[in-house]
Write a protein that binds this ligand. Structure first.
Ligand code: PMP
Length: 464
Protein backbone atom coordinates (compact mmCIF):
# COMPACT_ATOMS: atom_id res chain seq x y z
CA UNK A 1 0.00 0.00 0.00
CA UNK A 2 1.32 3.44 -0.91
CA UNK A 3 1.82 5.66 2.11
CA UNK A 4 -0.79 8.45 2.38
CA UNK A 5 0.29 11.98 1.66
CA UNK A 6 -0.61 12.85 5.26
CA UNK A 7 1.48 10.26 6.97
CA UNK A 8 4.52 10.98 4.88
CA UNK A 9 3.99 14.72 5.36
CA UNK A 10 3.80 14.43 9.17
CA UNK A 11 6.88 12.22 9.42
CA UNK A 12 9.97 14.17 10.23
CA UNK A 13 12.35 13.76 7.34
CA UNK A 14 15.37 11.79 8.44
CA UNK A 15 18.48 13.89 8.49
CA UNK A 16 20.84 12.54 5.89
CA UNK A 17 23.86 11.05 7.56
CA UNK A 18 26.85 13.24 6.95
CA UNK A 19 29.32 11.50 4.75
CA UNK A 20 32.37 10.91 6.87
CA UNK A 21 35.62 11.83 5.31
CA UNK A 22 38.23 9.38 6.44
CA UNK A 23 41.04 11.19 8.21
CA UNK A 24 43.56 9.19 6.29
CA UNK A 25 43.04 8.20 2.71
CA UNK A 26 42.39 4.50 2.30
CA UNK A 27 45.08 2.87 0.23
CA UNK A 28 43.48 0.87 -2.53
CA UNK A 29 44.74 -2.66 -2.81
CA UNK A 30 46.05 -3.66 -6.17
CA UNK A 31 49.11 -5.04 -7.82
CA UNK A 32 50.99 -1.73 -7.72
CA UNK A 33 50.33 -1.40 -3.99
CA UNK A 34 51.51 -4.85 -3.18
CA UNK A 35 54.78 -3.68 -1.67
CA UNK A 36 55.90 -4.27 1.91
CA UNK A 37 55.73 -0.52 2.60
CA UNK A 38 52.19 -0.12 1.24
CA UNK A 39 50.95 -3.18 3.11
CA UNK A 40 52.60 -1.99 6.31
CA UNK A 41 50.81 1.33 5.98
CA UNK A 42 47.46 -0.41 5.46
CA UNK A 43 48.15 -2.74 8.33
CA UNK A 44 48.92 0.14 10.66
CA UNK A 45 45.56 1.72 9.90
CA UNK A 46 43.50 -1.48 10.02
CA UNK A 47 45.11 -3.63 12.73
CA UNK A 48 45.62 -2.61 16.38
CA UNK A 49 49.20 -1.98 17.42
CA UNK A 50 48.80 -4.57 20.17
CA UNK A 51 49.21 -7.22 17.48
CA UNK A 52 52.91 -6.93 16.89
CA UNK A 53 54.85 -8.56 14.04
CA UNK A 54 58.53 -9.39 14.30
CA UNK A 55 59.12 -8.85 10.59
CA UNK A 56 58.18 -5.74 8.61
CA UNK A 57 57.75 -7.70 5.38
CA UNK A 58 54.64 -9.46 4.09
CA UNK A 59 54.76 -13.06 2.97
CA UNK A 60 53.76 -14.01 -0.55
CA UNK A 61 54.47 -17.73 -0.46
CA UNK A 62 56.52 -20.23 1.51
CA UNK A 63 58.05 -23.67 1.11
CA UNK A 64 59.70 -25.86 3.76
CA UNK A 65 62.20 -23.56 5.56
CA UNK A 66 62.05 -20.67 3.11
CA UNK A 67 59.60 -17.91 2.38
CA UNK A 68 59.31 -15.10 -0.14
CA UNK A 69 57.85 -11.68 0.49
CA UNK A 70 55.48 -9.77 -1.77
CA UNK A 71 58.44 -8.07 -3.45
CA UNK A 72 60.08 -11.37 -4.32
CA UNK A 73 62.78 -11.29 -1.62
CA UNK A 74 63.71 -14.71 -0.23
CA UNK A 75 64.13 -15.47 3.49
CA UNK A 76 65.29 -18.49 5.44
CA UNK A 77 62.81 -19.10 8.22
CA UNK A 78 64.36 -19.92 11.61
CA UNK A 79 61.10 -18.97 13.39
CA UNK A 80 58.79 -21.58 11.84
CA UNK A 81 55.67 -19.55 12.65
CA UNK A 82 56.59 -19.73 16.38
CA UNK A 83 57.44 -23.44 16.54
CA UNK A 84 54.46 -24.50 14.44
CA UNK A 85 56.35 -25.79 11.44
CA UNK A 86 58.53 -28.70 12.57
CA UNK A 87 57.42 -30.34 9.31
CA UNK A 88 58.07 -27.14 7.33
CA UNK A 89 55.86 -24.78 5.37
CA UNK A 90 53.38 -26.65 3.19
CA UNK A 91 54.62 -30.16 3.81
CA UNK A 92 53.33 -32.03 0.71
CA UNK A 93 51.53 -34.77 2.61
CA UNK A 94 50.00 -32.29 5.08
CA UNK A 95 48.68 -30.19 2.21
CA UNK A 96 47.42 -33.28 0.36
CA UNK A 97 45.60 -34.56 3.46
CA UNK A 98 44.01 -31.17 4.11
CA UNK A 99 42.92 -30.83 0.47
CA UNK A 100 41.44 -34.33 0.43
CA UNK A 101 39.50 -33.50 3.58
CA UNK A 102 38.30 -30.22 2.10
CA UNK A 103 36.85 -32.13 -0.83
CA UNK A 104 34.63 -34.14 1.55
CA UNK A 105 33.54 -31.73 4.33
CA UNK A 106 35.19 -28.87 6.20
CA UNK A 107 32.92 -28.42 9.22
CA UNK A 108 29.99 -30.02 10.94
CA UNK A 109 31.01 -29.23 14.55
CA UNK A 110 32.03 -32.42 16.31
CA UNK A 111 29.29 -31.65 18.84
CA UNK A 112 26.63 -31.84 16.15
CA UNK A 113 27.76 -34.52 13.71
CA UNK A 114 31.00 -36.25 14.75
CA UNK A 115 33.65 -37.40 12.27
CA UNK A 116 36.36 -40.03 12.14
CA UNK A 117 39.48 -37.80 11.79
CA UNK A 118 38.85 -36.35 15.29
CA UNK A 119 38.68 -39.86 16.75
CA UNK A 120 41.71 -41.02 14.76
CA UNK A 121 43.78 -38.07 15.96
CA UNK A 122 42.69 -38.63 19.57
CA UNK A 123 43.69 -42.32 19.27
CA UNK A 124 47.07 -41.36 17.81
CA UNK A 125 47.79 -38.79 20.52
CA UNK A 126 46.71 -41.21 23.27
CA UNK A 127 49.18 -43.75 21.89
CA UNK A 128 52.07 -41.27 21.54
CA UNK A 129 51.77 -39.51 24.89
CA UNK A 130 53.92 -40.74 27.77
CA UNK A 131 52.48 -43.25 30.27
CA UNK A 132 50.98 -46.74 30.01
CA UNK A 133 47.62 -45.74 31.49
CA UNK A 134 44.41 -45.30 29.49
CA UNK A 135 44.23 -41.86 27.92
CA UNK A 136 41.65 -39.63 26.26
CA UNK A 137 42.07 -36.49 24.18
CA UNK A 138 40.01 -33.32 23.81
CA UNK A 139 40.62 -31.25 20.67
CA UNK A 140 40.27 -27.48 20.58
CA UNK A 141 41.63 -24.72 18.36
CA UNK A 142 44.36 -22.73 20.11
CA UNK A 143 47.03 -23.30 22.71
CA UNK A 144 45.44 -20.94 25.22
CA UNK A 145 42.15 -22.77 24.81
CA UNK A 146 43.90 -26.07 25.50
CA UNK A 147 45.42 -24.67 28.70
CA UNK A 148 42.07 -23.22 29.81
CA UNK A 149 40.45 -26.61 29.31
CA UNK A 150 43.23 -28.46 31.10
CA UNK A 151 42.58 -26.26 34.13
CA UNK A 152 38.81 -26.82 33.89
CA UNK A 153 39.32 -30.57 33.69
CA UNK A 154 41.79 -30.56 36.60
CA UNK A 155 39.36 -28.56 38.72
CA UNK A 156 36.44 -30.83 37.87
CA UNK A 157 38.49 -33.97 38.54
CA UNK A 158 39.89 -32.83 41.89
CA UNK A 159 37.11 -30.57 43.12
CA UNK A 160 39.84 -28.03 43.95
CA UNK A 161 40.36 -24.50 42.60
CA UNK A 162 44.08 -23.76 42.87
CA UNK A 163 46.65 -23.70 40.07
CA UNK A 164 50.40 -23.26 40.51
CA UNK A 165 52.48 -21.90 37.63
CA UNK A 166 56.09 -20.75 37.40
CA UNK A 167 58.07 -17.57 36.97
CA UNK A 168 58.72 -16.93 33.27
CA UNK A 169 56.14 -19.49 32.16
CA UNK A 170 53.93 -18.73 29.18
CA UNK A 171 50.51 -20.29 28.83
CA UNK A 172 48.56 -17.90 26.60
CA UNK A 173 46.90 -14.51 26.30
CA UNK A 174 43.32 -15.23 27.39
CA UNK A 175 42.48 -13.98 30.86
CA UNK A 176 42.79 -17.29 32.73
CA UNK A 177 45.97 -18.25 30.91
CA UNK A 178 47.38 -14.72 31.36
CA UNK A 179 46.91 -15.27 35.06
CA UNK A 180 49.26 -18.24 34.70
CA UNK A 181 51.68 -16.56 32.29
CA UNK A 182 54.57 -15.24 34.33
CA UNK A 183 55.64 -12.13 32.45
CA UNK A 184 54.08 -8.68 32.78
CA UNK A 185 55.26 -6.74 29.72
CA UNK A 186 53.78 -6.94 27.17
CA UNK A 187 51.29 -9.68 28.00
CA UNK A 188 49.72 -8.78 31.35
CA UNK A 189 50.31 -5.04 31.31
CA UNK A 190 47.14 -3.00 31.98
CA UNK A 191 44.64 -5.87 31.58
CA UNK A 192 44.22 -7.29 35.08
CA UNK A 193 42.65 -8.30 37.37
CA UNK A 194 43.30 -11.95 36.65
CA UNK A 195 41.34 -14.93 37.94
CA UNK A 196 42.00 -15.85 41.55
CA UNK A 197 43.57 -19.03 42.95
CA UNK A 198 46.56 -18.88 40.63
CA UNK A 199 49.88 -19.02 42.47
CA UNK A 200 53.44 -18.60 41.25
CA UNK A 201 56.44 -20.67 42.22
CA UNK A 202 60.06 -19.86 41.34
CA UNK A 203 61.67 -21.43 38.27
CA UNK A 204 65.33 -22.44 38.67
CA UNK A 205 67.64 -19.87 37.10
CA UNK A 206 71.40 -19.83 36.80
CA UNK A 207 71.22 -16.11 36.06
CA UNK A 208 69.29 -15.33 39.24
CA UNK A 209 71.15 -17.89 41.34
CA UNK A 210 68.01 -19.98 41.94
CA UNK A 211 68.94 -23.65 42.25
CA UNK A 212 66.53 -26.54 41.88
CA UNK A 213 66.56 -26.84 45.67
CA UNK A 214 65.75 -23.12 46.02
CA UNK A 215 62.87 -23.49 43.56
CA UNK A 216 61.48 -26.49 45.43
CA UNK A 217 61.84 -24.66 48.76
CA UNK A 218 59.94 -21.77 47.18
CA UNK A 219 57.15 -24.16 46.23
CA UNK A 220 57.01 -25.64 49.74
CA UNK A 221 56.90 -22.11 51.15
CA UNK A 222 54.02 -21.33 48.81
CA UNK A 223 52.12 -24.22 50.38
CA UNK A 224 52.78 -22.66 53.80
CA UNK A 225 51.98 -19.06 52.89
CA UNK A 226 49.31 -18.91 50.19
CA UNK A 227 48.33 -22.15 48.50
CA UNK A 228 46.83 -24.79 50.79
CA UNK A 229 47.97 -27.98 49.02
CA UNK A 230 44.60 -29.74 49.50
CA UNK A 231 43.02 -26.83 47.61
CA UNK A 232 45.40 -27.04 44.65
CA UNK A 233 44.06 -28.81 41.55
CA UNK A 234 47.16 -28.63 39.35
CA UNK A 235 50.75 -27.62 38.90
CA UNK A 236 51.38 -26.52 35.31
CA UNK A 237 54.85 -26.33 33.82
CA UNK A 238 56.50 -26.16 30.41
CA UNK A 239 59.19 -28.86 30.30
CA UNK A 240 61.30 -26.31 28.45
CA UNK A 241 60.30 -22.68 29.06
CA UNK A 242 59.23 -21.36 25.66
CA UNK A 243 58.61 -17.62 25.53
CA UNK A 244 60.45 -17.46 28.87
CA UNK A 245 63.81 -18.31 27.30
CA UNK A 246 64.14 -21.95 26.17
CA UNK A 247 65.35 -23.10 29.58
CA UNK A 248 64.78 -26.81 30.21
CA UNK A 249 63.37 -27.87 33.57
CA UNK A 250 66.15 -29.90 35.23
CA UNK A 251 65.03 -33.53 35.29
CA UNK A 252 65.43 -33.81 39.06
CA UNK A 253 63.07 -30.85 39.43
CA UNK A 254 60.46 -32.53 37.22
CA UNK A 255 60.81 -35.75 39.24
CA UNK A 256 60.39 -33.79 42.49
CA UNK A 257 57.28 -32.08 41.11
CA UNK A 258 55.78 -35.49 40.32
CA UNK A 259 56.42 -36.62 43.90
CA UNK A 260 54.97 -33.42 45.36
CA UNK A 261 51.87 -33.81 43.19
CA UNK A 262 51.44 -37.43 44.28
CA UNK A 263 51.86 -36.51 47.94
CA UNK A 264 49.12 -33.88 47.82
CA UNK A 265 46.77 -35.34 45.20
CA UNK A 266 47.63 -32.53 42.78
CA UNK A 267 47.56 -33.10 39.02
CA UNK A 268 50.70 -32.39 37.00
CA UNK A 269 50.02 -30.60 33.70
CA UNK A 270 52.84 -30.48 31.14
CA UNK A 271 52.34 -27.59 28.74
CA UNK A 272 53.95 -29.08 25.62
CA UNK A 273 52.45 -26.57 23.22
CA UNK A 274 55.88 -25.32 22.10
CA UNK A 275 57.97 -28.37 23.02
CA UNK A 276 55.91 -31.13 21.40
CA UNK A 277 56.11 -33.09 18.17
CA UNK A 278 59.84 -33.49 17.78
CA UNK A 279 61.10 -30.02 18.62
CA UNK A 280 63.26 -31.43 21.43
CA UNK A 281 64.08 -34.72 19.66
CA UNK A 282 61.28 -36.75 21.27
CA UNK A 283 57.53 -36.69 20.71
CA UNK A 284 57.10 -34.84 24.00
CA UNK A 285 59.78 -33.07 26.02
CA UNK A 286 58.54 -34.96 29.10
CA UNK A 287 59.99 -38.10 27.48
CA UNK A 288 63.49 -36.82 28.35
CA UNK A 289 62.87 -36.82 32.11
CA UNK A 290 60.77 -39.99 32.10
CA UNK A 291 58.19 -38.20 34.26
CA UNK A 292 54.59 -38.98 33.30
CA UNK A 293 52.23 -36.01 33.63
CA UNK A 294 48.49 -36.40 34.25
CA UNK A 295 47.53 -33.96 31.52
CA UNK A 296 49.42 -32.62 28.49
CA UNK A 297 48.48 -29.57 26.43
CA UNK A 298 49.46 -29.68 22.76
CA UNK A 299 49.14 -27.41 19.68
CA UNK A 300 51.56 -25.75 17.24
CA UNK A 301 53.64 -28.35 15.33
CA UNK A 302 50.98 -31.02 15.81
CA UNK A 303 49.33 -30.00 12.52
CA UNK A 304 52.06 -28.43 10.38
CA UNK A 305 50.44 -25.00 10.13
CA UNK A 306 46.73 -25.66 10.74
CA UNK A 307 45.04 -24.30 13.87
CA UNK A 308 44.36 -27.15 16.25
CA UNK A 309 45.24 -27.87 19.87
CA UNK A 310 44.36 -30.42 22.46
CA UNK A 311 44.47 -31.81 25.96
CA UNK A 312 45.70 -35.38 26.32
CA UNK A 313 45.24 -36.98 29.71
CA UNK A 314 44.49 -39.82 32.04
CA UNK A 315 41.15 -41.22 30.94
CA UNK A 316 39.60 -41.00 34.42
CA UNK A 317 40.65 -37.36 34.77
CA UNK A 318 39.55 -36.42 31.24
CA UNK A 319 36.10 -37.88 31.92
CA UNK A 320 35.53 -35.67 34.96
CA UNK A 321 33.43 -33.12 33.11
CA UNK A 322 29.78 -33.61 32.26
CA UNK A 323 28.76 -34.12 28.62
CA UNK A 324 28.59 -30.69 26.98
CA UNK A 325 31.08 -29.18 29.42
CA UNK A 326 33.93 -29.45 26.93
CA UNK A 327 34.13 -28.36 23.32
CA UNK A 328 33.53 -25.32 21.15
CA UNK A 329 32.05 -24.76 17.71
CA UNK A 330 35.30 -25.24 15.81
CA UNK A 331 37.16 -27.54 18.22
CA UNK A 332 38.98 -30.31 16.36
CA UNK A 333 38.21 -28.97 12.88
CA UNK A 334 38.29 -31.91 10.42
CA UNK A 335 40.72 -30.25 7.98
CA UNK A 336 43.11 -29.54 10.85
CA UNK A 337 42.66 -33.12 12.16
CA UNK A 338 43.57 -34.53 8.73
CA UNK A 339 46.58 -32.18 8.56
CA UNK A 340 47.67 -33.25 12.07
CA UNK A 341 47.48 -36.95 11.23
CA UNK A 342 49.63 -36.31 8.16
CA UNK A 343 52.13 -34.13 10.06
CA UNK A 344 52.53 -36.79 12.77
CA UNK A 345 52.99 -39.40 10.08
CA UNK A 346 55.68 -37.25 8.43
CA UNK A 347 57.54 -36.83 11.74
CA UNK A 348 57.52 -40.63 12.06
CA UNK A 349 58.30 -41.63 8.49
CA UNK A 350 60.98 -38.98 7.87
CA UNK A 351 62.87 -39.67 11.11
CA UNK A 352 62.43 -36.09 12.31
CA UNK A 353 63.02 -36.96 15.97
CA UNK A 354 66.55 -38.11 15.18
CA UNK A 355 66.97 -35.13 12.85
CA UNK A 356 66.08 -32.81 15.74
CA UNK A 357 69.00 -34.18 17.82
CA UNK A 358 71.33 -33.94 14.85
CA UNK A 359 70.29 -30.34 14.17
CA UNK A 360 70.57 -29.45 17.85
CA UNK A 361 74.17 -30.72 17.98
CA UNK A 362 75.03 -28.91 14.79
CA UNK A 363 73.55 -25.59 15.96
CA UNK A 364 75.24 -25.81 19.36
CA UNK A 365 78.64 -26.33 17.78
CA UNK A 366 78.16 -23.58 15.20
CA UNK A 367 76.83 -21.06 17.73
CA UNK A 368 79.81 -21.68 20.03
CA UNK A 369 82.23 -21.23 17.14
CA UNK A 370 80.47 -18.11 15.75
CA UNK A 371 80.16 -16.58 19.22
CA UNK A 372 83.85 -17.02 19.94
CA UNK A 373 84.86 -15.57 16.57
CA UNK A 374 82.40 -12.72 16.10
CA UNK A 375 81.10 -11.77 19.53
CA UNK A 376 83.52 -12.87 22.26
CA UNK A 377 82.04 -12.59 25.77
CA UNK A 378 78.61 -11.61 24.47
CA UNK A 379 77.06 -15.07 23.91
CA UNK A 380 76.49 -16.02 27.52
CA UNK A 381 74.60 -19.27 27.16
CA UNK A 382 73.61 -21.81 24.52
CA UNK A 383 70.87 -24.01 25.89
CA UNK A 384 67.89 -26.20 25.11
CA UNK A 385 66.96 -29.73 24.23
CA UNK A 386 67.38 -31.23 20.75
CA UNK A 387 66.61 -28.58 18.14
CA UNK A 388 64.79 -26.40 20.68
CA UNK A 389 67.76 -24.13 21.20
CA UNK A 390 68.41 -20.59 22.31
CA UNK A 391 71.48 -18.38 22.56
CA UNK A 392 71.48 -15.71 25.22
CA UNK A 393 73.34 -12.41 24.82
CA UNK A 394 74.81 -10.16 27.49
CA UNK A 395 76.73 -6.89 27.50
CA UNK A 396 79.76 -8.69 28.99
CA UNK A 397 80.49 -11.90 30.86
CA UNK A 398 81.47 -10.19 34.12
CA UNK A 399 78.20 -8.42 34.76
CA UNK A 400 76.14 -10.81 32.59
CA UNK A 401 73.72 -7.95 32.00
CA UNK A 402 71.01 -9.08 29.53
CA UNK A 403 71.39 -7.34 26.17
CA UNK A 404 67.93 -7.26 24.63
CA UNK A 405 68.98 -4.32 22.43
CA UNK A 406 71.68 -6.39 20.77
CA UNK A 407 69.22 -9.20 20.05
CA UNK A 408 66.74 -6.75 18.54
CA UNK A 409 69.50 -5.44 16.34
CA UNK A 410 70.61 -8.97 15.30
CA UNK A 411 67.00 -9.76 14.28
CA UNK A 412 66.72 -6.54 12.26
CA UNK A 413 70.05 -7.09 10.47
CA UNK A 414 69.18 -10.75 9.86
CA UNK A 415 65.88 -9.77 8.24
CA UNK A 416 67.66 -7.33 5.93
CA UNK A 417 70.03 -10.12 4.94
CA UNK A 418 67.27 -12.69 4.44
CA UNK A 419 66.86 -14.61 7.71
CA UNK A 420 63.84 -14.61 10.02
CA UNK A 421 64.83 -14.81 13.68
CA UNK A 422 62.77 -14.50 16.85
CA UNK A 423 63.78 -13.49 20.36
CA UNK A 424 62.58 -14.89 23.68
CA UNK A 425 63.32 -14.66 27.40
CA UNK A 426 62.27 -12.46 30.29
CA UNK A 427 64.69 -9.77 29.05
CA UNK A 428 64.22 -10.43 25.32
CA UNK A 429 67.94 -11.19 25.12
CA UNK A 430 67.83 -14.74 23.74
CA UNK A 431 67.44 -15.88 20.15
CA UNK A 432 65.49 -19.08 19.69
CA UNK A 433 65.76 -21.64 16.94
CA UNK A 434 62.48 -23.05 15.65
CA UNK A 435 63.58 -23.85 12.11
CA UNK A 436 61.68 -26.71 10.41
CA UNK A 437 63.22 -30.11 11.15
CA UNK A 438 62.79 -30.81 7.44
CA UNK A 439 65.27 -28.05 6.45
CA UNK A 440 68.25 -29.25 4.42
CA UNK A 441 71.82 -28.83 5.70
CA UNK A 442 72.38 -26.44 2.83
CA UNK A 443 69.59 -24.10 3.96
CA UNK A 444 70.65 -24.38 7.61
CA UNK A 445 74.22 -23.47 6.74
CA UNK A 446 73.06 -20.57 4.63
CA UNK A 447 70.92 -19.36 7.56
CA UNK A 448 73.81 -19.71 9.98
CA UNK A 449 76.08 -17.73 7.67
CA UNK A 450 73.49 -14.94 7.59
CA UNK A 451 73.22 -15.13 11.38
CA UNK A 452 76.97 -14.71 11.66
CA UNK A 453 76.94 -11.68 9.37
CA UNK A 454 73.94 -10.15 11.18
CA UNK A 455 75.68 -10.68 14.52
CA UNK A 456 78.76 -8.90 13.20
CA UNK A 457 76.56 -6.03 11.89
CA UNK A 458 74.83 -5.72 15.25
CA UNK A 459 78.06 -5.81 17.24
CA UNK A 460 79.52 -3.12 14.97
CA UNK A 461 76.38 -1.01 15.33
CA UNK A 462 76.58 -1.37 19.12
CA UNK A 463 80.28 -0.61 19.37
CA UNK A 464 81.02 2.55 21.32
N1 PMP B 1 51.59 -22.48 26.01
C1 PMP B 1 52.80 -22.42 25.46
C2 PMP B 1 53.92 -23.19 26.10
C3 PMP B 1 53.04 -21.66 24.31
O1 PMP B 1 54.26 -21.61 23.78
C4 PMP B 1 51.95 -20.97 23.74
C5 PMP B 1 52.14 -20.13 22.49
N2 PMP B 1 53.36 -19.53 22.32
C6 PMP B 1 50.69 -21.08 24.34
C7 PMP B 1 50.55 -21.84 25.47
C8 PMP B 1 49.50 -20.36 23.76
O2 PMP B 1 49.17 -20.88 22.51
P1 PMP B 1 48.29 -20.01 21.49
O3 PMP B 1 49.13 -18.86 21.07
O4 PMP B 1 47.97 -20.96 20.38
O5 PMP B 1 47.08 -19.59 22.23
Amino acid sequence: MAPSAKSSATKKPRKPRAAKTPKIAVVASGPSDNTNAALLERRQRAVPRGVASAASVFVDHAENAELWDVEGNRYIDFAGGIAVLNTGHRHPSVIAAAKAQEDRYTHTSFQVVPYEPYVALAEKLNALAPGDHDKKTLLVTTGAEAVENAVKIARAATGRPGVIAFTGGYHGRTLLTLGMTGKVTPYKKDVGPFPSDIFRAPFPSVRDGITVQDALTGLQNLFLTDAQPERVAAIIIEPVLGEGGYTPVPFEMMQALREICDTHGILLIADEIQTGFGRTGTWFAMDHSGVVPDLITVAKSMAGGYPIAGVIGRADVMDAMEPGGLGGTYGGNPVACAAALAAIDAIESEGLLARSHEMGDMFRARFAEIGARVAPYRMWDIRGLGAMLAVEFVTDFDSATPDGGLVKSICAHALKRGLILLACGMHGNALRIMVPLTASDEVLNEGLAIFEAALADAIAAHAV
